[in-house]
Each structure stands twice: as C-alpha cells, then as structure tokens.
Write a protein that binds this ligand. Structure first.
Ligand code: TRP
Length: 446
C-alpha cells in the first residue's frame, strides 16, 4: 500500500479541512457573536468536539486500514455486524461534493472576471451576480466541468501521487497568498477595526445558541462525519505520533480561518461595507471593494479568488475518496472505474443543482420551498454529518470495549489524556453534536 508521507498526511487533512466553509462563514460568526469571547468558546468547542471526533476517525481508520463500511464491520463485536451500515456516511461526501464544485465553478468565473475588470457600483455588482447565477447557464456549465475534470484527474492518480501531491503544491501556495494578503491588510488603517471586530471580547453575546453554533462549525470545519479522516488514516505513515498530527491539522485550520477573517474584514471596514458571510460576501461585497481599489485591487481580487479555489479544490478532492475507497476495497473496482462512477454521478447532480438556481428551471427543481441546491446543503450539514458524528461517538464510546479502544491508541493517547478524551467521546460530544443538529435544523428549515 502506498502511504502518505508524514507531512503529506498533515497537508492532505488540513487541505480537506481548510475550505470555503471555514473561510466564508467562520469570520462572520466570530464578529457577530462576541469577538474574542466567541474565539475562546470556539477553541474549546474545537478541542472538545472537533478534535475528539477527529481523533476517533483517525484511530478507526488506522486500526482497520480499510474503507468505512469494512472498518465498522471488522471492528464491530460479534453479532453486531449490522453496524457496518454506519458506512453510509460516505455518501454525504457525494452530496457535499456535488454542490461544492458548483461553487468552485462560480469562483473560477469570478477569478477570470477579476482579470477583465469587475463592475464598480453596488447595483451593477449585484446585477452581475444575479444574472450570472440566474441566467448564464453556459458559463456555469463550462466552469463546473473544468473543476470536476480537474478533481477527476487528481483522484485518478491515487492518494499518494494525486491527493498528496496536489496538497504539497497548493497548500504552501495558499499560505503564501494568505500571508501576502495579510501583509497588505496590516498596512491599512482599517486593520485595527478588523482586529477589534474579531477579538474584542463581548461575553454578553455568548448565548447558548452561539455556543451550539460554535460546535457545529468546529465539526463542519474539520471535515468530520464523511469518513474522510478515517479513509486518509488508512494510508497514514506507520511511524510518528498521530495525535500530534491531529493537533497540527486543527491548529492550521484555525489559523487559516482567523487570517482569512482579518484580511476580509480589513477590506470591508476600510471601505465602509457591512460585514456579511457566504455568497453575499464573496460575490458581491468584496468584488465591489476590489473593483474600486484600482490596479492593486485587481491583483488582490485575482489572488483572493485563486486562494479560495485552492482552498476549495483541496477540500473537494477529499470528499469522494471515502466512497471511492469503498468501491475499490469492497467491490474490487479499479481506481479509474470507481472514479468514473462517482465523478460521473456527481457531475450530473452538479448540473441539476446549478440549474436549480437558474430562473428558467428553478420551479421544476424546487421542492417544499427550497431548490435542489438548498436541499443538498441543508440535508448534508444539518443531518447527515452530525448523525454520522453521533454514530462515530457511539461506536467508539459505547460499542467497542474500552480496553480495545485503549489498545488502538497504542500509547499515543494514554493515562489521563486518554481518560479525558474517552469521556468526551462517550458523553459530551454526542450531546453537543445533537444540540448543534437541532439548532441547524431549526434555523435552516424555517
Ligand atoms: N471542511 C470543509 C470546509 O470548511 C467542508 C467540509 C465539510 C468537508 N465536510 C466535509 C470537506 C467533508 C470534506 C469532507 O470548507
């Protein structure tokens, strides 16, 4: 079996974690929910919920060295082989991938537009975005295809030559672009406002809702609940401390999200725009600001979109790997055949999702007040990922004998630290994840 190198594993897992979710949602959450006070809560949520489940996925994948379904089947106690159906979590990867690559296609279009010049008024920026998503099917299909083909190419080379190499190239470049943007931001007067927005602690804003949101974000941001970390851990190098690797990945993810926030809000405050998140931030507020900054704005806009695309691509390639690994391990598919199957399905789904935003088809592709695109996003983040998270906690905390789990940690996690981690996995994490799930379901469902 070809394995990741140590740094390859860390970069691949960090590449999966650092993505659009963290960059366009996290900074806004921080600013809106108490700044430094929220950052503190997030660190706790990240360590308690995110990192604990991350480690759980890691030890399972490392112990079994096989796909998700087989992992649960082979580790399950006698007579409980039905637990293998926990492996259905790999299908969430397909669901997330399908809409994630549509967004990456949009970003690619905007990267090209940034070279040609973006509109300079709020009205025309809004109109550009509305027309692009709502009418311009041709461009969307073109860029979607380019992104999907790129992912297919990378995945087809396998874990070591494809995924590891992609991350070895893109992650340092991403870091470089971020540092450059951070350097530029630090020279601006508004940097102080950005720091204040993100760090000034306001403990009054820490409601239970905010705390539960932090748990949900910690979970989503670390790419948990799809089996990505579990599958990557199959190919982890045998030597080295894997707990340390998990910590490095979590730290990298955290730092990237914060830097993204510092940069983004420096521009927002420098130009008197309103803080926002999601597509409104990336496709309307920021392009407008960049367009009004002259030549430097054009360069920054280009680099910004490139950075988002890099961050997104390294996440996207990870999403299908658990499903591919299952087809390869269980059904003896060749890698190419597994890839063609999963990418093919994701491609068709992606086209439908993209059409569900287009005015002409929207009605046919909407159900119960939400279009297909909205449904995919909602169901995966609000139900599929958290349910898988709860399953992982129950499997490790309640189904497997404690002595077995201890042996699987093999001295990497021992003594008090093991006891704390085990307690979290058994009691705290499942409760927190269920609370986050209920919150998300209520918020998005209404
Ligand atoms: N962590 C990714 C981001 O922040 C998104 C993501 C969520 C993800 N769940 C995943 C990526 C599962 C890969 C696999 O953008």
């Amino acid at each position: 079996m070809t394995r990741f190198s140590k740094i390859g594993f860390i970069l691949a897992a960090a590449g999966s974690a650092i993505g659009l979710g963290g960059i366009w949602k996290f900074p806004y959450m921080v600013g809106e929910s108490g700044g430094g006070a929220f950052v503190l809560v997030f660190i706790v949520a990240f360590l308690a919920f995110g990192l604990s489940v991350f480690i759980a996925e890691m030890i399972l994948g490392r112990a079994s060295e096989c796909d998700c379904f087989s992992t649960f089947e082979s580790l399950a106690p006698k007579g409980q082989k039905y637990l293998k159906y926990g492996g259905v979590m790999v299908f969430s990867g397909l669901v997330i991938f399908s809409f994630y690559v549509v967004v990456l296609g949009w970003l690619t279009h905007y990267m090209v537009l940034s070279l040609m010049g973006l509109p300079k008024t709020l009205e025309s920026t809004r109109e550009l975005w509305g027309r692009f998503v709502g009418e311009q099917v041709g461009y969307q299909i073109l860029w979607h295809f380019v992104i999907v083909a790129l992912c297919a190419y990378v995945l087809n080379q396998g874990v070591k030559k494809g995924i590891e190499r992609l991350n070895l190239i893109l992650m340092p470049l991403l870091l470089l672009i971020f540092l450059g943007l951070l350097g530029y931001a630090m020279c601006q007067a508004a940097f102080v406002d950005s720091v204040r927005f993100l760090f000034a602690p306001d403990f009054g804003k820490l409601t239970p809702k905010v705390i539960v949101d932090a748990i949900g974000q910690a979970f989503f941001s670390l790419s948990l609940g799809v089996g990505v970390i579990l599958t990557y851990a199959n190919s982890m190098p045998q030597k080295g401390n894997f707990i340390r690797s998990a910590l490095v990945v979590a730290l990298l993810n955290f730092v990237f999200c914060l830097v993204a926030g510092l940069v983004i809000f420096t521009f927002i405050f420098g130009y008197g725009a309103q803080p926002d998140s999601g597509p409104g931030l990336v496709f309307i507020s920021l392009p407008l600001i960049f367009a009004n900054m002259g030549l430097s704005g054009q360069v920054i806009a280009f680099l910004f979109f490139v950075a988002l695309i890099f961050a997104g691509i390294t996440s996207a390639v990870s999403m299908l790997e658990p499903l591919n690994a299952w087809l390869i391990d269980r059904f003896c598919f060749s890698r190419t055949r597994a890839n063609l199957t999963t990418i093919g399905i994701a491609y068709v789904l992606g086209v439908l999702l993209l059409l569900s935003n287009v005015a002409l088809y929207q009605e046919d592709l909407s159900f119960f007040g939400k279009n297909l695109f909205g449904w995919f996003d909602y169901v995966s983040a609000s139900y599929m990922l958290p349910l898988a998270g709860v399953f992982l906690c129950v499997f490790v905390g309640w189904i497997l004998p404690k002595s077995r789990v201890y042996a699987m940690c093999e001295g990497h996690l021992s003594g008090k630290i093991f006891q704390v981690w085990y307690f979290i996995i058994k009691y705290i994490a499942p409760v927190g994840i269920i609370a986050a799930m209920i919150r998300l379901a209520m918020e998005n469902g209404s």
